[in-house]
Design a binder for this molecule. Structure first.
Ligand code: NAD
Length: 748
């Protein structure tokens, strides 16, 4: 079926409309590449056609490459590797993956060979960007001779490939680096920023922004006015915006970029390193050769385990979860219009904000009207800060806030479709609130608790209809964190799950669904991470080394910083509650003593009171607290510190979380490998290059992972003991994605 429609108008201008049948968004597939290639031939060879405008028939222009196509290529690569060897397989990947780049280059040359003796004139191409253009879609725009965008506020333009372990491989790195200063280009490529049209124009990535109604005509007018089929870099005498690589300016850029890259990534991301390399090498070469260099690096990066793991977790799996992979199939779609949030504190206000932003009406309840108003006022303040910074329009803030009604009257909850409680983490307070809500809630509404530690089943027992009770656990800060953990109590019904998942979809977050257990999934893993940091402190390892090695391992923040953010008194509360419920052997005595000294003797609660493992002097960067060493039982000597194995410290941080994830899987707290992986990256930033906790184990190989656990168990204690499931998998040579492949699970 045709993906593109071609209409030639009376002026000889071809309008190419990209509109893939049976898809909500245009994506680049092998078929689309072939069809567009035929269209380039037609535009080039038909003398009646003067030039071409390419646009889309959908709301967005193009979402980028069809990543399942890249996954398929990976599978063919693996097969060829077995049959024909590494070189033939690598050649296949290079040839296939460079097809798109070559097609775009043909467009850029107006369909003709340039630079030969015979002077040929190509056909100009204009991209009429009607909506969002990402990745390969935006690279197509960059290859055109002129770019006009409609002033659609929803449009985002960018090259976000880095976020899934890849980089723009269809000319993106080379064109962007020839359009702006190399430092800006590197930043744009390495961050994977998604720009609004005005910002893209300011950065000279697009030429013009016009009203939607004028889009096509403006694009055509550019051709009629004599727009030429040549890219600036193909014109003799072209100068790079930042000057040559080997110049004073170049020398100020590239070595510094290298240092920033290492500081930000600790060399964990092959794709980020490749971006630096291709920009540096490419800018010293003519465009055709530079594009070949880019293609070779792209083919290499596509074959890395990091790219495979990141594509699987952060694209394929995440999309499955967002589209409702865990939604009960027999539950009809629900329509949520009004929600109630009880508890207008830090979390409750955040939940109200994201719900109102999704267009829902929100009743925000607290102990009295004053407390409820305070919650809304806090939101007004934080949104006004965004308005001040130009990140939000004043009118958007007002529309959002209008949807939130603060109240102390529980009767206002009676027509809510979903009520979420986010009151103090105190069983008595929760019981009281559950009873009050129970008295007014409608017969069809669902009750959700945002508790982080109390078992959902036990809270549900206090509600009149436990089938309608579910855990919806948000992460802080609610507006920023993309994950929501849904917890099923023993009696939670399918409709409660369907409503919770439909709500999470409406507020555009990613859900994972887990069974009830102490700490659920995410907090169990992340508490192990923080604990490992504490235990290293007790071993006498310097705090700065602990924080740095954790970041080197790929964690976004060190364990001591993280503990400061989540509050040390909360940490102590959890240790004490664990001891009370599970006995003294369930907690590390040294850790308890350390937290008691910090919180109760020193009054250091974390960032919230400006004093934790770090000091937080107002207006200055935080600094590790120098008094900490006096509280520690042991301090290593200089030679002992120098003899520490940094690789081992890094592994301890990741292994302690991954082995806990394996335990949650064995205990059936988590039942889907996709959820363990996605949840670990979105919920607590587990080394994204690994693809998540279980992918980390798969990437290392189960046997090797179990051996490492055993070695750490011997050296550091039982917390590293591998669970039975892992031992069995190691013996059988199984991996998580091999044994628990989601397809198989569906069929079961
Ligand atoms: P918070 O102290 O900021 O807010 C609690 C709010 O509940 C306060 O506004 C308080 O006035 C209100 N409240 C107390 N008793 C009430 C009652 N009887 N009726 C109505 N309102 C009452 O606390 P928070 O950090 O927002 O945490 C709320 C819940 O969210 C807890 O269950 C907590 O475990 C959970 N949670 C917190 C985080 C986090 O990082 N803070 C993350 C995930 C989940």
């Amino acid at each position: 079926m045709a993906d593109f429609k071609l209409d030639v108008d009376a002026d000889g201008i071809a309008l190419i409309t990209w509109d893939m049948p049976e898809r909500s968004m245009n994506v680049i597939t092998l078929e689309a590449i072939e069809e567009l290639s035929g269209i380039v031939d037609k535009v080039t060879n038909d003398a009646a056609i003067k030039g071409a405008v390419i646009t889309s028939g959908k709301e967005a222009f193009c979402g980028g490459a069809d990543l399942t196509m890249l996954e398929r290529m990976g599978a063919i690569y693996a097969e060829r590797m077995k049959k024909e060897g590494e070189i033939a397989a690598a050649k296949f990947i290079y040839e296939e993956s460079s097809k798109l780049s070559q097609l775009y280059r043909r467009i850029e040359k107006g369909g003709v060979e340039i630079g030969g003796k015979e002077k040929k004139v190509g056909k100009p191409w204009v991209c009429a960007i009607n909506g969002t253009a990402m990745g390969g879609g935006f690279e197509l725009a960059l290859a055109c001779h002129h770019r006009v965008a409609a002033d659609n506020p929803k449009t985002r333009l960018g090259l976000p490939e880095i976020k899934i372990g890849l980089f723009p491989g269809a000319g993106g790195t080379q064109r962007v680096a020839r359009m702006m200063q190399p430092a800006d280009a590197l930043q744009f490529l390495l961050k994977g920023d998604q720009l609004k049209t005005d910002r893209a124009k300011a950065m000279k990535l697009i030429d013009n922004v016009v009203p939607q109604a004028d889009l096509i005509q403006t694009a055509k007018d550019w051709i009629k006015a004599g727009g030429k089929a040549e890219a600036p870099w193909d014109v003799k005498g072209f100068r790079l915006p930042g000057g040559p690589v080997y110049s004073k300016a170049g020398m100020m850029t590239f070595p510094a970029a290298n240092a920033i890259y290492r500081r930000e990534t600790y060399d964990n991301y092959p794709a980020a390193r490749a971006i630096l390399q291709v920009v540096y090498e490419g800018l010293q070469l003519p465009m055709d050769v530079a594009l070949r260099v880019e293609s070779r690096w792209f083919a290499k990066i596509l074959r890395t385990p990091e790219a495979a793991a990141m594509i699987r977790t952060l694209f394929v799996n995440m999309q499955d979860l967002n589209k409702g992979a865990r939604r009960p199939v027999n539950e009809p779609p629900t329509s949520i219009k009004k929600i109630g949030v009880v508890g207008a504190g830090f979390m409750g206000a955040g939940i109200a904000q994201v719900s109102a932003a999704a267009g829902l009406q929100v009743v925000l309840i607290d102990r009295d009207q004053e407390a409820a108003d305070k919650g809304k006022a806090a939101l007004h303040k934080s949104l006004s800060d965004r308005v001040m910074k130009g990140r939000m329009k004043g009118a958007e803030r007002d529309t959002l806030l209008e949807k939130i009604t603060p109240s102390a009257d529980y009767a206002t909850l009676k027509d809510c479709d979903l009520i979420i409680e986010a009151v103090f983490e105190d069983r008595k307070v929760k019981s009281d609130v559950i009873a009050k809500i129970g008295a007014v809630i409608s017969d069809t509404a669902i009750f959700a608790s945002n508790t982080s530690t109390l078992p959902i089943t036990s809270l549900a027992a206090e509600f009149k209809d436990p089938k309608r009770f579910i855990g919806v656990h948000f992460f802080s800060p609610v507006a920023i964190m993309m994950l929501t953990e849904v917890i099923l109590g023993k009696e939670t019904g399918d409709r409660a799950l369907a409503v919770a998942l439909d709500y999470i979809r409406a507020i555009k977050k990613t859900p994972i669904v887990v069974n009830d257990s102490r700490g659920f999934y995410a907090n169990r893993c992340v508490l192990n991470y923080i604990k490992e940091g504490h235990l290293m402190l007790l071993e006498g390892i310097p705090p700065a080394m602990i924080e740095n090695t954790a970041r080197m391992a790929g964690m976004p923040v060190g364990p001591l910083s993280l503990n400061d953010e989540t509050a040390l008194d909360l940490g102590l509360k959890i240790v004490r509650a664990t001891e009370a419920d599970l006995g003294p052997e369930a907690v590390e005595p040294g850790m308890k003593i350390l937290l008691e000294s910090m919180v109760e003797k020193q009054g250091r609660l974390g960032r919230k009171n400006g004093k934790g493992f770090y000091d937080y002097p107002p207006g200055l960067p935080k600094k590790l607290w120098p008094g900490l060493s006096d509280l520690l039982p042991k301090k290593l000597a200089r030679e002992e510190i120098e003899a520490l194995d940094v690789e081992e410290l890094k592994q301890r941080f990741l292994v302690t979380q991954a082995v806990e994830a394996a335990r949650t899987f064995e205990e059936k707290v988590v039942t889907d490998v996709r959820e363990a992986d996605v949840g670990s990256i979105l919920g607590f930033g587990f080394a994204p290059f690994s693809g998540g906790t279980l992918s980390y184990i798969d990437m290392m190989g189960t046997k090797k992972f179990v051996d490492l656990c055993r070695a750490f168990e011997k050296k550091y204690g039982a917390r590293f003991a591998p669970p039975k499931l892992l031992i069995e998998m190691a013996e059988k040579g199984e991996s998580f994605y091999g044994r628990f492949a989601p397809e198989k699970k569906k069929a079961a």
